[in-house]
Every structure is written in structure tokens, then in C-alpha cells.
Design a protein around this ligand. Sequence first.
Ligand code: ADP
Ligand code: MG
Length: 715
Amino acid sequence: MSNWHLFLFGLYLCGMSILSTSIEYLKGVGPAKADLLKKELNIFRYADLLQLYPYRYVDRSRFCKINELIGASAEVQLLGKITHLESQAGKGRSKILKATFKDETGEVELVWFKGAQWIEKSLKLNQNYVLYGKPSLFNSKLSFAHPDLELELDFKKSPIRGLQPLYPSTEKLNQKGLNNRGLAKLTKVLLPQLHGALPDFFPVHFLERYQLMKREEALMQVHFPSSLEQAEQARLRLKFEELFFFQMEMAAQKRQHHREFQGYSFPEVASVFNRFYKEVLPFELTGAQKRVLKEIRSDVRHGKHMNRLLQGDVGSGKTMVALMSILIAIDNGFQACLMAPTEILAQQHFQGISELLEDMPVEVALLTGSVKTAERRTIHSRLESGEIHILIGTHALLEDKVKYKNLGLAVVDEQHRFGVAQRAKLWKKNKLPPHILVMTATPIPRTLAMSVYGNLDLSIIDELPPGRKPISTKHAFDKDRNSLFGFLEAEIDKGRQIYIVYPLIEESEKMDYKDLMDGYESICRAFPRPKYQVSVVHGKMKPEDKDFEMQRFASGKTQIMVATTVIEVGVNVPNASVMVIESAERFGLSQLHQLRGRVGRGAEKSYCILMTGSKLSREARVRMKTMVRTQDGFEIADVDLKLRGPGDLLGTQQSGMLNLRLADLKEDTPIMDLSRRALQDLFDADPELSAKDHQDIIKEFRKRKAGKMDWGRIA
Ligand code: ADP
Ligand code: MG
């Protein structure tokens, strides 16, 4: 027996899997290459190499002739000889290597800009080579930059024919012979040894039900597929399991949260809620609002701690749901708070809610940074004595001095403005943490939100109140400004009001303020007093001044509001029916969508005009087109996800949890849906996963969790 076999036998005795064998023991690796594999690709064990999945496959069974290449744009494979080699001086001390490559139908040029010396030495003249690469036309000559070359002799000996896997490699690995072909050879050596060592953790009936390939077959086929269809099936199976276990982890976190955290129970729905519902509520709730209220009610009824994310498009009526949840807390003898990200928004909430509750025995107070010290003290003491039932405010609510008698529910509006740490502060205000309802209009695709928001339960309002009119959206350019002013004038003459919004980005703050003030001046010139009145609001103004201007606009004293994105979140002026967004290309999709949501709230026909320069990036053009095409927040979120990727959308914190090798949250929504359904079916049939059939799933789940921790330590 060789050392290697002894080693494997030893492993077997220890009950360890061949998959955890150190990579250096694989035939063709050895200590030096093993080191490199560890450093460059994080490949430590057999299992890691097995999971170095190809990113693509190429068909190496077909050869092209050089005279067929005209117009070819994809990779091709040629057979021919190198007839001439020549190195030239490149930039600085570097060299460029050029070669002539011929077959019986013609010739092409090969070029290397890097590693010229080394490549020159390794190439042989007038011997048959197999070339693989992408041709391009350069000075009306066909040429290949850095093609993949292999002597025909070696190519014929190679075990890999037909569909060849392409692996990620690095410059350093290439130099040690671990290029794509080298890696493929190692995998080819590894796979036969793993036969029988890759049992499936999903039972057969499960595989049949969701039409999944067996695990061992998938792992073999993903590297060396017998056809592209087989490759597709193999990848589907592997993506499925990644997403399945990822969602299982989310579910486990949620369960743990409910087990660890007790919450107050609100068993009653009593006089305050009922009277509000019968006598005050000015409209019928939408079906979605009713459903979400039920979900909230079932959380808080039995002393389970609620930690819920309420997602709903702009204008879908989240505030009313929040208020009615607050009334349930009050009915059960608790206080509640509502926290908003801006002073203006806090004020609007305060006004709206105070008006609604005018005739009810409920005390509402407002606490923001601009409340004077004396008044603040009164609020503090009335809050501690329990006189105040609802406290509305900004992050001033989080200060240590703010103490409640018994805070039962905290509502946080527009959560993307708040950090996790700030939310944690709210929890500490009590013996038990108050129930938490986080509201956001930042559209996140449904599946993604459900999967990624860890221990938050999710409610979605997916229905707008009746009678909303579509907002007509146009993309216009600076040269259209004259006709824009004409249009605005006509709208104002009809009695409408107008927002004109400028971007504000910290890095270029000075320029942005200049743009805003220039814009303001030219608007004032085009719409002169006294016939027209123009408001301006931006982040550098004192809160009182901002508020004063907002009030003037809200009460209709001014017809135009020129602003930076301070108005982005939540303001409500139903008579405003036109939103002009300047330099719209500088806004992200979700911001554009939020801004547009400021209009279309009243009875009048509303418009949104996206002003941009004439030169736009491809991405910016997609954003404008999307805004013009649709008003559906979820559809917009999907496009946003495709453009930016989930990491951006969710913050690195959450995307770090994903640990996905093959699955892509941008592309694989259908597989995500399938795996979520499978997980749900599994829990429905066997809530504790106690069936014998399901033990392997649990084992694999634990293994993956542990594996992830290992990974963290190494990195
Ligand atoms: P958002 O979800 O963006 O916070 P709001 O709560 O501000 O939306 O609601 C937008 C507008 O719709 C408000 O003027 C609100 O009074 C109104 N509204 C909410 N629910 C309904 C409903 N069921 N029927 C009619 N109007 C409603
Ligand atoms: Mg709102």
C-alpha cells in the first residue's frame, strides 16, 4: 500500500469523509501546488476543489478554419502552426510578443502584452497547436490576444473532450501549470474517487417531487456535463440546495428569536380601537391593510414578541395600519411611539394623527430636536407618568432621558434611515422589549425580502387605496426646458402645485447647492412675484425655516417648491400634482420612485418629469425607461436588483450571510421560489423535522453552518 492509501485508510478508520482530505494528497498536486491552491483559490480540501464550479462550458469538439473566421465574435478553436515569433518593445520596460499562426486556409496574428519573455521561451515553431480564443479585428488583421495554446499531442492525450469546463484561475496559478486545463485535469482525477462518497441528503420522494437531479450525479455533471441540458439540470440542483439551506437558516433564526424573546401580550381590542374604527376612520381599509392588521394582531395577542417589517409601496396606507396597531397597545394599557427619519415627517405624522384622534381620550405628543428645553422637560415627565399615550418624533426619541411608563409598541417609519444599533436602543427602554413594527417603502423584491430579512417577519401591503390615478411620467432633456416652463405655467393656472427637486450628494455638496440656488433663481425669474410664489427648502436651513416653508407650500400659499431630497420621505400635499426631478440620472431607482410618490395623492391628474443631460450611461437610460414604463414598486425593485445586485440593495451585512457559490439572487428567483416552497412543504409535513427521512437534511444543515464558521476563521 502506498502512503496515500494508508492515509485514506486511516481517514476511514477515524470515520472522516474522503471529502475532508487535504488537497496536497490529490495525485498531481503535492505540497507546492497545494500551497498555491490554498492561497489563490481557498482550496484546502477535496471538498473545496469539488465546489470550485465551472463558470461556463466551451465546446472543444469542433475546429474552425481560419478562412471561416470573418465576423466571428465568440471563442473559436483552431488547429495550426506557429510560423513566426517576434518580440517588440512595449510601454516602459515591458515587451510585446507577436506570433503568426497558420492553417491551410490562412493566417492570423497572436499577441501577448504580458509575460512575453516566458511565453516566447515556451512556444515551439512549426508544430501543431490547438488554439482557443476570441478573434478580434485589429488594423484589418484578425488577431488573438492571449490565446489558450496547447500542443496537439497534449491535447489528444487530454482526458477532457466535448464540453470543457472553464474555471476561475489566476495569473500565479497559470504560471505553475494550474491554468484552466490544469484545474480541469485535477477535477477529472478527483471525481472518480468520490463515487459513493456523495450521498443525497434529500429523500428520493423529495427529489421526485421537485424534479431534482441526484446529488452525486449533479456534482459530476456540473464539472463534465454530457450535454448543456445536463449541465443546466446539475446547476439547478446545486443552486436549489444552496438556497434551500440558506432559507432554512433564516427560518431557524426566526424561530430562535421567538423562543428567546418574550413580549407583552395585548389580549384586548377594546373601546379606543373600536370607537376609532366605527366613528373616526375616514375610509374603508383596503384588503391588504386588513390582512396586515390581522397579522400584527396575531403576533401581539399571545405575548410572542413582534419584530415585523411592514413593506408597502408609497401611498399604500402604512400609516393607518401603524396607528391602528398603536390603538391596540393603548387599549391594553400600554404606550406607543412612532419614530420618523426627518423633522418634517414627524411633524406631519403628529398633525395627521392628532387631528384624527381629536375627540378621543388619547394624548399625543411631539418630540423632535427643535422642541425647547422647558417643553421637553414637561414631555419627559408626562411620558414617565403615563399621561402621554403616543409619542411621535425623530431620533430624539432614542435619547436616554426619554423614559416611558410602559412602552408596548414602537413603530419605526422608513427603516432604511435607521441603523440596527438605533433600533436596539429602543429595546432597552423597558423590562421586556416593546413590539417593533418597522415600515418601509423601499421596494425590495418579495422573495428577496422574505429570504434575507433574517429575524424580521414580513407583512406586505400590495394594494393601493382605490381611486388613485396613474402618474404620467416623461423623460425630458435640458433643451426641452422652455416647453417645460410652459407646461408648469399651465398647471399652476389650473390651481395645481409643483415640486422641483435637485440631487444632493455629500461629496459634491457645494456644487449641488449651487445648482439648487441657480435653479431657484431661474425659476423665480420665469415665475415672477407677486403672481407666483416660490418656496425653497434644503438641508442647510434651520428646522424652523424649513418647517415655515413647508407649511407655506402645504397650505397653498406658494405654488412651487424647489427642494433637495429632504422632501423625499413621506410628505403629503395632495394638491401637488407635478414632480420635476432635475439631474434625474444622478438618482437611484428607488429614490426616483419615492420622489414620484409625492404626487398623485389628490384627485387631479399628476405628472412626473425626469430632466437629464443628453449624454447618459446605459444604466441611467435603463433607469429612466423603467420609470416611464411602470409605477409598480416591486417591478422597479426587480430592475434595481438587476442593475445593482443584492449586496448594494441590502447592505453588505446581509449579503455576507448568503455564502452562495452558484446561486445568484439576481437571476435565480424561480429557483429561490421553488426552494422556499419545498421548505414550506417540509415544515408543514414535519414541523420539528423528526421523521427519519429528514435526519440527513438536518445533519447537512448543521454541517453547512459549521462549515461557514470555519470559513470565517480562515478568512
Ligand atoms: P404610505 O404607505 O406611503 O406611508 P400613507 O399612510 O401616507 O402612505 O397614505 C397615503 C394616503 O392614503 C393618505 O392620505 C391616507 O390617508 C390615504 N389612505 C390610506 N389608506 C386608505 C384607504 N384604505 N382608503 C383611502 N385612502 C387611504
Ligand atoms: Mg409613509
